[in-house]
Design a protein around this ligand. Structure first.
Ligand code: A3P
Length: 293
């Protein structure tokens, strides 16, 4: 069924105040996530949607396996680095090879109990919310399992109110900054990855305890470019039926740049977004990697 045939009640479920699409999430998948047993050598990439999740699903197996291309060439991204909260996890969990890599959009307080008692490492990827908003607007147009975003003005209000998957961007970022994880968490920005992918890969590999040679870093970087991933059928969602993800409406690999918002947002829209987000970030002690203005 596509969004045209489904009511929003069928399309979404509510999980602890978060609206999640039923195509990918269910009461069972969320119960499975709650009971999930993290291992000490697990690595989990945490993102607010549209911040570089699928990119991490390419990077992590390569980094953890010393640049072996087999996983990214043979296993679809959703099975090779599954989402903690989604339906596929229970199906593939026994096939995951240690050290396991996962992704999640959960805010910190929804992480399962075993995460807190384990030593699993977290890589939090942050992206400029203006680009997240624009990326999400186009994603809502192509994803048949999400509600039509309406006009850009309408979508901006939904995004700022948190009436989208996983709520407000500001709440998500704040939740992962208010943790006591110490050296179990590393922060990296999408923009930093765009600007110098080999340098970002070195930081990531150092963090997960893999010291990779310059040649391997280069090999991984070449296989994780926007173009390589767009051409990789295991990563570009071409295996997904068009009714769920229609790359003709807007490709999943849409732009892959920092600052595309400048081409989409009017001065008024920008002022509205900046004022709401700056207000919600007021008083936070941590600094963001870019100016919100
Ligand atoms: P755009 O829509 O701005 O192009 P997520 O995986 O969290 O849903 O994020 C998707 C966004 O990450 C999309 O942004 C997509 O193009 C971008 N992306 C994915 N892989 C990338 C890569 N290798 N380089 C740059 N951007 C990438």
């Amino acid at each position: 069924m596509s969004s045209e045939d489904m009511s929003s009640e069928d399309m979404y479920l509510d999980y602890r105040g978060h609206t999640l699409p039923t195509e990918t999430h269910s009461a069972q998948s969320l119960a499975f996530a709650e009971e999930f047993k993290f291992e000490d050598d697990d690595v989990v990439a945490v993102t607010y949607p549209k911040s570089g999740t699928v990119w991490m699903q390419e990077i992590l197996p390569l980094v953890l396996n010393g640049g072996d291309l087999t996983p990214i060439q043979t296993i679809p991204n959703w099975d090779r680095v599954p989402w903690l909260e989604e339906k596929r996890l229970s199906i593939v969990v026994d096939k995951l090879i240690s050290p396991r890599a996962l992704v999640t959009h959960f805010p910190y307080h929804l992480m399962p109990a075993s995460f807190h008692t384990s030593k699993a490492k977290v890589i939090y990827v942050i992206r400029n919310p203006k680009d997240v908003l624009v990326s999400s607007y186009y994603f809502h147009q192509m994803a048949g399992f999400l509600e039509d975003p309406g006009t850009l003005d309408e979508f901006i209000e939904k995004f700022l109110d948190g009436r989208v998957m996983f709520g407000k961007w500001t709440d998500h970022v704040k939740s992962w900054r208010h943790t006591e994880l110490g050296d179990r968490i590393m922060y990296i920005s999408y923009e930093e990855m765009v600007q110098d992918l080999p340098a970002a890969l070195k930081r990531i590999s150092g963090f997960v305890g893999k010291n990779l040679s310059e040649d391997i870093i280069q090999k991984i970087a070449e296989n994780c470019t926007f173009e390589s991933m767009k051409a990789n059928n295991m990563s570009n969602f071409s295996l997904i039926p068009k009714q769920y993800m229609d790359n003709e409406k807007s490709p999943f690999f849409r732009k892959g740049v920092a600052g595309d918002w400048k081409k989409h947002l009017s001065t008024e829209q920008l002022a509205r977004i900046t004022s709401v987000i700056c207000k919600e970030m007021e008083g936070e002690r941590f600094s963001l990697p870019w100016s919100l203005d």
